[in-house]
Design a protein around this ligand. Structure first.
Ligand code: G3I
Length: 352
């Protein structure tokens, strides 16, 4: 089945100038097509003189890379440290950006005192109190209320200190607490695993989770697709992805791509070939994601490769190998992924 987008692309009607010819930024191309483009940001990046101008030119929304995680916000029980998150919030507000939140409830990046506290007393304020503190302090555009609650193989809920303490109902509790804390913030369930490959079992598990929440009238507004793709592994199955996103749209939920990047591990040594593969997979993913009116935002995780350091254990790190996951390279020069994003953005139908 040839989509309208593919037909138009064939006619060249979607030709979008590359960045070299066109100073429009990703945020302006996105805005013209009715959605938001943003990127993750971290306080260490704001200290890099080159980075803020690029972020401000390209993005209209930021998401904290790690500054909103509980191990940063509440390192000791009852003692919140919002200083790092305030830096990002003030930067956004002073520069006209919105901010989305990530995450409120996650199995990972929790302070060491939390698990024993929950084991000692299944105190719901240890969940709802944190959510209330964050959402009352920041007027977030949207927030990942619960992050990565499903096992990657789709066989059930991921074990966590939250599941141990409150059972599956912790997810409902979190969304109700978030709605009560700030009714204006879009409430998102965020996960990875639906983007590439068949992943039928994971997608079924995600729909089962969402349907349960909706059936219990839990205040859920959107699904967050993290969008951590692989350029040399599973590829996007465009038909299966399209069918899945239609299911999400049919449930009245919005869709956000929350952490887009394309891992080029396993690629050839030739940089140009790696960059082309990253761009191609980006385009194949976004063409489908943007072909549904439910999609309201696309955010990349790292806007540039400058900080995309592979983990120390990465086999090729010792050889100087570095990821090339984002639309800008380590010198902040645009890569083919930028053009692929601009073309996918510009090709979005807006008359739905
Ligand atoms: O910047 C501090 C530094 O000041 C401090 O000295 C150092 C030692 O404690 O920590 C540094 O912070 C680190 C931070 O990354 C910034 O580099 C944290 O330790 C480290 O835990 C944190 O890792 C983040 C990770 O989530 C866990 O929070 C990564 O940056 C971030 O990219 C990663 O992002 C996740 C999403 O939240 C969920 N989806 C997957 C995604 C990628 O793994």
């Amino acid at each position: 089945m040839i989509t309208r987008r593919a037909a138009l692309a064939g006619a060249g009607a979607l030709a979008v100038p590359t960045q070299a010819q066109d100073l429009r930024s990703l945020k302006s191309i996105a805005a013209a097509k009715g959605f938001v483009f943003g990127a993750a940001a971290a306080t260490y990046e704001l200290k890099d003189a080159d980075y803020p101008p690029l972020l401000l030119r390209q993005a209209s929304q930021l998401v904290p890379e790690y500054e909103m995680k509980r191990n940063v916000l509440e390192p000791r029980q009852g003692q919140h440290d919002f200083s790092a998150l305030d830096l990002l919030w003030n930067f956004a507000r002073q520069n006209g950006l919105t901010m989305r939140g990530h995450p409120l409830v996650w199995y990972y990046a929790n302070p060491p005192w939390l698990k024993p506290a929950l084991q000692a007393r299944r105190d719901e304020t240890l969940l709802a109190g944190h959510i209330d503190a964050v959402l009352k302090r920041y007027a977030l555009s949207s927030v990942d209320v619960v992050n990565e609650a499903i096992l990657p193989d789709g066989t059930g809920l991921r074990p966590s200190l939250w599941l141990d303490a409150f059972g599956p109902g912790y997810i409902d509790m979190a969304f109700h607490a978030a709605r009560a804390a700030n009714p204006k913030t879009r409430l998102v369930y965020n996960d990875f695993g639906c983007e590439q490959g068949p992943n039928d079992r994971f997608r079924a598990a995600q729909l089962k989770l969402l349907d349960g929440l909706l059936a219990r009238k839990v205040p859920l507004d959107a699904l967050g697709l993290q969008g951590h793709l692989n350029a040399f592994g599973k590829a996007v199955d465009q038909k299966k992805l399209r069918d899945f996103l239609q299911e999400i749209h049919d449930r009245g939920l919005a869709i956000l791509v929350t952490e887009l990047d394309v891992d080029d591990t396993g690629g050839p040594s030739d940089i140009a070939a790696r960059d082309r593969a990253v761009a191609d997979e980006t385009r194949r993913f976004l063409d489908v994601v943007l072909d549904t009116p439910a999609t309201v935002a696309v955010l990349t995780w790292n806007l540039t490769d400058r900080y995309a350091d592979p983990p120390d254990e990465a086999p090729l790190k010792a050889l100087g190998w570095r990821y090339r996951k984002g639309p800008y390279d380590a010198r902040l020069a645009a890569k083919p992924m930028w053009d692929a994003m601009a073309q996918a953005f510009a090709g979005r139908r807006i008359a739905y």
